[in-house]
Design a protein around this ligand. Structure first.
Ligand SMILES: C[S@@+](CC[C@H](N)C(=O)[O-])C[C@H]1O[C@@H](n2cnc3c(N)ncnc32)[C@H](O)[C@@H]1O
Length: 350
């Protein structure tokens, strides 16, 4: 293990630089180095890896990352007040740490991760990890955005199957990992699980943070799957799940009904029949595989009847906008499916 030289404690850094947590920005600091160590341990072996830490704040987690044999650490922090304290860590890091002041929501991490850490998607251990204790109102939209990138193997995930260890409000963490029939099972569960192996590593009581949030926190690890459990474009999977979980406790036929125009009820039954998923199941009971069967059935239906999408995109203002949106969606979905098939073909040839 690499040890950092003696440094002021995080509490001292906060005092010296006057780094009070800003409630407006939902800032809660983790100052207990036993907990920061535990988070970093749950990310896995970081030896010779490149880590991107999002929202390092005063640098508690950052120190624990630097105390491993990590090869490169890139931190992305939005709040300029933290940069001088992070510079102290960078100076002690023996050239391993780089600071970027920026908003992770408008930032492509692939731009800053050196190519030497890139690996083939199919390779065993990811060499790139993302770690972060972000405000809850940032972490959930961010994970959806990153799942989209994982599905397309773009942005950071054009460099391989980078894993993520992130904190969430405990209840959101429970939703992410919820198995079928769990009270927490929802759209987020399927969206996360079809693309990643997800595990709740441990929970941290809110009172461990300064200032303490009103809720407890869950540390979740995401490892992108080599093959997604649902082999359809992200937008299509998202659409089906959005409709399905609109009524999580009613029979699926009720939720699926909203996918089709009122005069095409027949398509609900076509979808049920094509999927082989019984009509007496409720969305929260569906396995990821059953959601896949429903997505495949829907894809077959819109392939045969693309006009059905006119109903799905009825909120677009004019008929012209609707047509443009449908053309874009279909072209994108077809392109993505073609890419998947090509990759499969190439794999089979090897
Ligand atoms: C909950 S605090 C945690 C700080 C530190 N990681 C810790 O555990 O003590 C969240 C941090 O994320 C930063 N942050 C919030 N939104 C961000 C964004 N969009 N991009 C980058 N950093 C962000 C905040 O400024 C703050 O430093």
């Amino acid at each position: 293990m690499i040890r950092l030289p003696p440094l002021p404690t995080i509490q001292e850094i906060i005092r010296i630089y006057g780094l009070s947590a800003r409630k407006k920005l939902s800032q809660n600091f983790l100052l207990d180095l036993n907990l920061t160590r535990k988070i970093i341990k749950s990310a896995g072996n970081l030896k010779n890896c490149c880590v991107v830490e999002v929202g390092p704040g005063p640098g508690g987690l950052t120190r624990s990352i630097l105390n491993t044999e990590v090869d490169k650490l890139i931190v992305v922090e939005k709040d300029a007040r933290f940069i001088p304290s992070l510079e102290i860590l960078a100076a002690a890091s023996q050239g391993r740490m780089k600071i970027i002041q920026g908003d992770i929501l408008n930032f492509d991490m692939a731009d800053v991760v050196p190519l030497e850490y890139a690996r083939q998607w199919q390779e065993n251990t990811p060499e790139i990890h993302v770690i972060g204790n972000l405000p809850f109102n940032v972490s959930t939209p961010l994970i959806i955005r990153w799942l989209d990138s994982i599905s397309k193997q773009c942005n950071l995930w054009s460099r391989g199957r980078a894993s993520m260890t992130l904190t969430f409000q405990k209840e959101v963490a429970e939703r992410i990992i919820a198995p079928p029939r769990s009270e927490y099972r929802c759209r987020l569960s399927v969206m996360c699980q079809y693309l990643c192996n997800v595990s709740l590593k441990f929970s941290i009581p809110g009172k461990a943070f300064v200032p303490p949030p009103k809720v407890d926190v869950g540390v979740v690890k995401f490892v992108p799957r080599r093959e997604p459990l649902i082999r359809q474009p992200f937008g299509l999977v998202e659409r089906i799940n959005r409709h399905l979980f609109h009524h999580p406790n009613k029979f699926c036929v009720k939720s699926l009904g909203t996918l089709f125009p009122p005069d095409r009820e027949d398509l609900i039954w076509t979808m049920i029949e094509l999927s082989g998923v019984g009509d007496k199941l409720r969305p929260f009971e569906l396995t990821n595989e059953q959601v896949q069967q429903l997505c495949n059935a829907y894809a077959t239906i819109i392939e045969q009847e693309p006009d059905i999408l006119t109903y799905e995109f009825r909120s677009q203002k004019s008929a012209k906008e609707r047509r443009q949106k449908i053309t874009r969606v279909l072209a994108l979905e077809q392109r993505l499916l073609a890419t998947n098939e090509r990759t499969d073909g190439e794999k089979m040839q090897r």
